[in-house]
Design a protein around this ligand. Sequence first.
Ligand code: FBP
Length: 548
Amino acid sequence: MKKSALQVARASYMPKMPKALRGQVIAVEGNATQSVADQDAIKNLFPNTYGLPLIEFQPAKETREYAPIHTGVILSGGQAPGGHNVIAGLFDGLKALHPDSKLYGFLMGPSGLVEHKYMELTADIIEEYRNTGGFDIIGSGRTKLETKEQFDKGLEVLQELNIGALVIIGGDDSNTNACVLAEYYAKIGAGVQVIGCPKTIDGDLKNEQIETSFGFDTACKVYSEVIGNIQRDCNSARKYWHFIKLMGRSASHITLECALQTQPNYVIISEEVEANNLSLDDVITRIAQIVADRAAAGNNFGTVLIPEGLIEFVPAMKALIAELNDFLAENAVEYARIKRSEQRNYIISKLSAKNAAVFASLPHDVARQLTLDRDPHGNVQVSLIETEKLVAEMVGAKLKQWKEDGLYVGKYLAQTHFFGYEGRCAAPSNFDADYCYSLGYNAACLIGEGKTGYMSSISNTTAPASEWKAGGVPITMMMNMERRHGEMKPVIQKALVKLDGAPFKTMAAEREIWAKETLYIYPGPIQYFGPTEVCDQPTKTLQLEQQK
Ligand code: FBP
């Protein structure tokens, strides 16, 4: 494969690691843990993996002999920068346990395990992928591992390859499945440990123990670079309003982080919309007012950041989506038989009166996008809903009305953008390169200690990497019961933006002035070589959250 000069130079980057992981480790165990909510239900469902203690690794005083352990690895769900370094760290960690340990990659996500598609990851292959973006080393997929048949089928290939541990690199849903699998293999005495790693650009897999998911840092820096470029263009031509939708599923972490990095004229935070019980019209009115005020000051331009999950948080839309989710799950076969031209009326006829009215009031495209297939975990595919166009058009319609009423004079030309896929496979920032390598290496340590049902955890991440803490968090500790596909299921609780958290409060304290004045920040591209303050800074979200 031909490589760019940067890729060649980057290949030799040695990820920085916590001191504790630089030699052999001992596991220091804390007290028994419990799930964040629904303790009885989760305990019943996970009798073998519930209540395990938190683990922190410390440097070992005496060296120990480890037997070789063959391990499988799966990349699950959406790509996130740094996945290759998790695998590289895991490989190096397993080899440090015993040079005869082998690493197998299951191909194209969890389906590789079920369909017995795999490859051995040798030192030569790993070398090619160190510090690179993407998940192409083994590919990724969204197959949900949830049935006994899938687990048993997977076990066949694990036993055939003499694999004693499986590492699942995924988001909240994939780590939930990792835990279900750990529980099942523990229950049947399969002799396979299962360890999870926190991946997702969305930043919504975090809690007291897991400070951030990998990929969030790089993806936000890539989006912020491009938002900065748009802002500079916007401030040069002074003729467009740019509506920029950002990935992130339900949570607005990416949007909030990008706002902190770039200071746009307005940023919508879905969690705030819900908390304040705002209608879509309230949100549109606020933006139109900012456009009108800036126009009055001679500024017919600006930028608005929109989280891709917005629609789900507008209370009326949320109720509609919840009913649609259940309806489509229960009537999938019948719905599939309805002609496309009749689907809209069919849905309207089946929904409760209130939700049918909301559905009918939506532009046809947006309404249809809400009925598209859910992903395998039952989530609405919000990246397919063109909220940026919806918002830009609705603001335009409101301004037109205000113009007719003599309330607004100004020009309004809108451009829309959606940034998501652009950032998911970027070459990892130094932070993600270091964090991911440590997560993978640490997963090997958890395997060496015989643990199962744990998520690899690296914390104290705003300190220099040498001071990071390494250990494991029982996955059941992060779980609660939620409704999915019409049924109550145990799932890892998604972390949404906290309105009383420092990142939101910092943005909220500044936003009036961002709206009025033009205070754009142009962050520029990620830097890999140079001073620490340019190359090694974690996200503003992490810095503000960890500020004591
Ligand atoms: P994960 O939750 O699997 O990490 O995926 C994140 C994400 O990039 C979301 O931000 C986005 O909504 C979704 O994946 C898009 O899914 P797909 O890759 O299937 O188009």
